[in-house]
Design a protein around this ligand. Structure first.
Ligand code: UD1
Ligand code: MG
Length: 463
C-alpha cells in the first residue's frame, strides 16, 4: 500500500549538556573538522528533503541557535529528562502532522545524507511505524543494544546500564537515529515512563511500546560502524575527527590534490583545494579557505580563512584572513596576519610579518621585516630588517609606498608617511618625512672614526 503522506520531518536532539565531555562548551558545538557536530547533522539532513527540521535545545540553546540560525526551527527542553522527553518537546510543532519523522541525535556527526536517505526509503518501503538505524559494533560499550527474538525480529532496545549480561553481549547497536510514522511517534511518546537505571524518559523505550501494540518495527542495518559513532567524550571526539579527516582528505585526493602524508594533514570541512596542489605533512587548513591549483604548501603551514590563488608556494608559514595572488611565494617562517593582500609574483621571505597591508606585483620583502598598515606598490625591493613603524602607542598610522622603490636594509619608516615612485631609502635610515618621486632619502647620523680609540675599550685589556 503506497502512503499518501510522504512529507518528511526531522527532529535533532541537541539539548544535553554533554557531561562526559567535561567541557564548558556544549557537546554538540564541539567541532569535528572545524565545524560543530550539530551543524554537520543539519548539513546532512537538509539533503534528505525534509519539509521541516526541529532542533531540540536546552543547554547552550542560544549558542546553538546562533550557529544554526533559521536553517531549523527550535523547541526548548527546559529540563533534560531524557531523549524521549526531548522528542516530546516537538509536539507543538509537529504533533498532529502526517508523514515520516527522522529523529537523530546531535552527537553523531559522521552520518551521511546517503545513509539517512536510505533509511527514509527503507522505512517508507517497509510501511513500518518505526525503523531503527542500527550498526554492528566491534565494541558496543555505551550504546543501546538491539534485542531480536529467535526469528531475528526486533523486540526492543536495551540501554547499556539496563542490560543483562546476555543483552550486553549483543553487538548490534542503536545508532540513535530512527524513522517514525509521525503520528505513531507522538502517540507512543505519551506512554513513556522513567522506570530505568537512569530515571529518564528513554526514546529507545518506544520501540517496545509500539511493538506491544502490534506496530511494525523495522531495523535498517548500516555497513559502516564508524559512520554511526556517537560522541560522548573526548576520546570519541578525537576518533571522529580522525575519521572525518580521512574522509575529507580522500575526497581532495580524488579531486587531484597530492597529500604527502594524509594521515597527518588536517583540512577543515568546507575548504576548497584545486588540482595538482601538493600538501605536505602537518599542514592545517582551516575555516573558509580556498586554495587554487598547482600550489605547494609545505609542512607545518597553517592557513586560516584565506584565499590562495594558483601556483602559490607557502613554506612553513602562518596565513590568516588574507589573500595571496598567483605565483607569489611566502616563507619559510612568515606570518601573514589578517587583511593582507599579497600580489602576483610577490616574494615574502623568512621571518617577515605582514598585517593589514597590500603589496602589489613583483615586490620583494625578503628578510626579517615588519609591514603593518601599509600600501606597497609594484616592483619594490624591501631590504633586510625594515620596520614599518605604524603605532604611536595610541593610534595606528599608514605608510604608502609607490612603485619601484628601493628600501635599504635596517630602515624605519615612521607612519604616517608617503614615499613616491622610483625613490631610494638609504640603508639604516629613520624616515619621518614624505619622500617625493625620484628622490633619495637618507636619515641617519654621519659616521665618525676616532683613531686608536678602540685601544681604550675594556674588552681589549690584555689582548
Ligand atoms: C543514546 C541512546 C543509545 C544510542 C546512542 C547512540 C537513548 C536513551 N540512548 O545514548 O541507545 O546507542 O545514543 O549514540 O536514547 N539529549 C537531549 N535531551 C535529553 C537527553 C539527551 O536533547 O534530555 C540529546 C543530547 O544532546 C544528545 C542526544 O540527545 O545529542 C543523545 O544523548 P546522549 O546522552 O549522548 O545519549 P547516549 O548515552 O549516547
Ligand atoms: Mg551520545
Amino acid at each position: 500500500m503506497a502512503r499518501v503522506e510522504n512529507s518528511r520531518y526531522v527532529i535533532i536532539l541537541a539539548a544535553g549538556k554533554g557531561t562526559r565531555m567535561k567541557s564548558k562548551l556544549y557537546k554538540v558545538l564541539h567541532p569535528v573538522a572545524g565545524k560543530p557536530m550539530v551543524e554537520h547533522i543539519v548539513d546532512q539532513v537538509e539533503q534528505t528533503g525534509p519539509s521541516e527540521i526541529v532542533t531540540i535545545v536546552g543547554h547552550g540553546a542560544e549558542a546553538i541557535k546562533q550557529h544554526l540560525g533559521d536553517r531549523t526551527q527550535y523547541a526548548l527542553q527546559q529540563e533534560q529528562l531524557g531523549t524521549g522527553h526531548a522528542v516530546m518537546q516537538a509536539d507543538n510543532l509537529l504533533g498532529g502532522k502526517k508523514g515520516t519523522t527522522l529523529v537523530i541525535t546531535g552527537d553523531t556527526p559522521l552520518l551521511t545524507a546517503e545513509t539517512l536517505t536510505n533509511l527514509f526509503d527503507y522505512h517508507q518501503g517497509k510501511n513500518a511505524s518505526a525503523t531503527i538505524l542500527t550498526a554492528q559494533a566491534e565494541d558496543p560499550t555505551g550504546y543501546g543494544r538491539i534485542i531480536r527474538d529467535h526469528l531475528g525480529i526486533v523486540e526492543k532496545i536495551v540501554e547499556q546500564k539496563d542490560a543483562s549480561e546476555e543483552e550486553a553481549r549483543v553487538k548490534e547497536i542503536n545508532t540513535g537515529t530512527f524513522c517514525f510514522d509521525n503520528q505513531a511517534l507522538f502517540t507512543a511518546l505519551s506512554k513513556l515512563n522513567t522506570n530505568n537505571a537512569q530515571g529518564e524518559y528513554y526514546l529507545t523505550d518506544i520501540i517496545e511500546i509500539m511493538k506491544g501494540e502490534g506496530a511494525t518495527i523495522a531495523a535498517y542495518r548500516m555497513d559502516d560502524f564508524d559512520e554511526a559513532m556517537g560522541i560522548n567524550d573526548r576520546v570519541a571526539l578525537a576518533k571522529a575527527n580522525k575519521i572525518m579527516c580521512h574522509r575529507l582528505n580522500k575526497m581532495h585526493m580524488m579531486n587531484g590534490v597530492t597529500f604527502v602524508d594524509p594521515e597527518n594533514t588536517y583540512i577543515d570541512e568546507g575548504v576548497v583545494i584545486g588540482s595538482d596542489t601538493v600538501i605536505e605533512a602537518g599542514v592545517c587548513i582551516k575555516g573558509a579557505t580556498k586554495i587554487g591549483t598547482d600550489c605547494y604548501i609545505s609542512s607545518g603551514t597553517e592557513i586560516v580563512d584565506s584565499v590562495i590563488k594558483d601556483n602559490v608556494k607557502i613554506n612553513h608559514s602562518v596565513v590568516e584572513e588574507s589573500t595571496i595572488h598567483s605565483y607569489a611565494d611566502v616563507g619559510p617562517f612568515a606570518h601573514i596576519r589578517p587583511n593582507a593582500e599579497i600580489g602576483e609574483r610577490v616574494h615574502i621571505g623568512n621571518f617577515v610579518e605582514i598585517k593589514n597591508a597590500t603589496i602589489d606585483e613583483d615586490t620583494k620583502v625578503g628578510h626579517l621585516t615588519y609591514v603593518g598598515d601599509a600600501k606597497l606598490g609594484k616592483d619594490i625591493n624591501v631590504g633586510c630588517g625594515v620596520v614599518f613603524v605604524n603605532y604611536d602607542g595610541k593610534d595606528k598610522h599608514q605608510t604608502i609606498v609607490g612603485d619601484q622603490v628601493f628600501i635599504g636594509s635596517g630602515s624605519n619608516l615612521i607612519a604616517p608617511l608617503t614615499i613616491g615612485n622610483q625613490t631610494v631609502i638609504a640603508a639604516g635610515s629613520t624616515i619621518t618625512e614624505d619622500v617625493k618621486e625620484h628622490d633619495l632619502a637618507i636619515g641617519r647620523a654621519r659616521q665618525i672614526n676616532k683613531e686608536d680609540y678602540a685601544k681604550k675599550f675594556p674588552y681589549f685589556e690584555g689582548k
